[in-house]
Design a protein around this ligand. Sequence first.
Ligand SMILES: C[S@@+](CC[C@H](N)C(=O)[O-])C[C@H]1O[C@@H](n2cnc3c(N)ncnc32)[C@H](O)[C@@H]1O
Length: 241
Amino acid sequence: MLADFRIRSNDPELMDNFLGDATALQRVLDDINNVNRILGGNSITVNMVARLIEQNPQETYTIIDVGCADGTMLRAIADHCRTEDIKTELIGIDLNTDALALAKKESFDYPEIRFLEQDVLRLETFDLNCDILTTTLMTHHFTDSQLDVLLPQFVRLANIGVIINDLHRSCIAFFLFKLFSLFFIRTETAKIDGLISIRKGFKKKDLEHLSTRLPQMYHYIKWKWAFRYVWMMEPKRPSTI
Ligand SMILES: C[S@@+](CC[C@H](N)C(=O)[O-])C[C@H]1O[C@@H](n2cnc3c(N)ncnc32)[C@H](O)[C@@H]1O
């Protein structure tokens, strides 16, 4: 049966309830990292972080990455900030214990990064604060009604801004990914989840609709290669409201 791209799919991803061991998980995360590296997914978030930092000069920045998995994005942000001599405290949040164990191992040389095991749907149970909150390939895991609860929490946590980087729901992306995965993806889990993720992704109008629930923020939503949307939110300052 042909996939329907008119509405977001509610199908669960295999990774939502991953049954393999830590080695199997590492292979799937390596696949996801490869896709991001080849198609430039991580640089979208890093560039937006750089932009917010440039526009909001301060001594040091606390940055939270939600759904950090093995922490690749945080290390990319740390590398950028080290190059620019920007002081940071970086916090990765994920609910997957094995992914966080990998993240800690891979981030051994990054003392500015720490990790918290936490289900973001229960974020209100602890007190956190940051300057910038990023989340990549995570929001598509949630239904629109879960996002209606989650996004205001992200906005409350971040003083400077929120950066969401996620997939464009498109039949072209779906078929190109099928082709791409034949050559560049080794694990069946990443191949299957990649296709489910695209069907759970967003069209611009979905993001615009979600943004209307956050009138206290400026919203910048832009399509990026390869079939991503970046959605950056910044608080409207009192003088501009
Ligand atoms: C597709 S991976 C994306 C990983 C990484 N951000 C990237 O760009 O490659 C989604 C991540 O979100 C995490 N995740 C899903 N639901 C979550 C929740 N409710 N709370 C915290 N983390 C969650 C998963 O454990 C997984 O590591």
